[in-house]
Ligand binder design. Structure first.
Ligand SMILES: [Zn+2]
Length: 343
């Protein structure tokens, strides 16, 4: 009889108490921004359903830790790493340690959110995320990171990075209680872009066009690329074999249309109209926010900003931090109608 009672009590514990302990509690820290939202739901870009391979283990302060499976893309090795420790390597790879502490904290929250989003929307088999910045999110080993800093700055820089992660521990950005697809880029040129203008598909309600002051103070803000007419033809020919441009006629090369954010939507090159995003790729421009000048025998692109322009601008985050904004304020500036919650 005693054994049966014990059995029942144990069963009740397993059914009700344990799930309650392991259920993520979400706590709203801040939410503002009242921009108009797009009524379309966030697009699920991956087919895989949520399969969170989370391992909980008790640490000294009894916090539950999340372990993720990190794919090292060069070796193919899959390493199980603690989420918070992994973020030290990500933040130090993604943002200069010289940036303001609140900007680094914003980057830590964004990187944690991006990781949680990737766990729910897997790109790779048998792993949650990879260390290739062109695929998932940049990552650098501590040894490599330290070796790239001046010796006298190593300890200070590393401490600043780890503090930024530790002080935001467990914080992620959510929309309707789900981690957002937290896109970010280097410099918005003053104005961010909506995803549909970069990748097509659908928009996300939390990714709107926002203006940020102070972006022009960074080296990533302005750049130029100049090509001879021959080089312009050569580059276009790789994609468009039948390209023909009469450079004596001004209308043969002209911007036809801009996006809502002021970036180039369509540009005419002779007998082809191509998208600004494609022109960026063909001519190796830092963004598709550009103007054209035509000095003798050449075409010059005068470019503003660096990156696709969607989501948080890193230099914008630093600029806002310099203006006294907190990490939470920076995040709600770049992502509309979101909440910052603790996992
Ligand atoms: Zn990847």
């Amino acid at each position: 009889m005693k054994n049966i009672s014990l059995y029942i009590i144990t069963l009740i514990s397993i059914c009700f108490i344990l799930p309650a302990i392991f259920t993520n509690s979400t706590k709203t820290v801040s939410a503002n921004e009242t921009n108009e939202t797009n009524s379309k739901p966030p697009e699920q870009t991956q087919n895989e359903t949520a399969n969170t391979n989370q391992t909980q283990e008790n640490t000294q302060n009894n916090n539950q830790e999340i372990t993720i499976k990190l794919l090292h893309h060069q070796t193919g090795e899959i390493e199980e790493v603690n989420l918070e420790t992994y973020l030290y390597n990500v933040v130090s790879a993604e943002m200069p340690a010289t940036f303001e502490k609140e900007a680094l904290k914003a980057q830590a929250i964004v990187a944690r959110t991006y990781t949680m989003y990737k766990i729910n929307n897997k790109k790779h088999e048998n792993s949650d995320i990879c260390d290739d910045s062109n695929c998932c999110q940049a990552w650098v080993s501590k040894e490599e990171r330290l070796s790239r800093w001046e010796e006298s700055k190593r300890e200070e820089n590393w401490n600043k990075i780890t503090e930024s992660v530790n002080e935001t521990k467990g914080k992620i950005i959510t929309y309707q209680n789900q981690p957002i697809n937290a896109f970010f880029h280097s410099n918005s040129g003053g104005t961010t872009e909506i995803p549909v203008n970069v990748w097509g598909g659908s928009n996300y309600p939390y990714l709107q066009i926002v203006q940020t002051s102070g972006e022009e103070g960074y080296t990533q803000y302005a750049s130029e690329a100049e090509y001879t007419h021959e080089e312009i033809l050569q580059k276009l020919k790789e994609k468009y074999q039948d390209i023909q441009i009469d450079f004596t006629k001004d209308e043969q090369i002209q911007i036809l249309e801009h996006t809502e954010s002021g970036r180039v939507k369509t540009i005419k090159f002779g007998n082809h109209n191509i998208s600004g995003v494609e022109a960026r790729s063909i001519f190796g421009l830092k963004s598709n926010n550009f103007e054209i000048e035509k000095p003798e025998g050449k075409i010059k692109f005068k470019v503003k900003g660096y990156g696709h322009g969607v989501g948080m601008s890193q230099t914008g985050a630093d600029s806002l931090a310099k203006q006294g904004q907190t990490a939470e304020q920076i995040i709600t500036h770049f992502y509309s109608n979101v909440e910052i919650t603790t996992i």
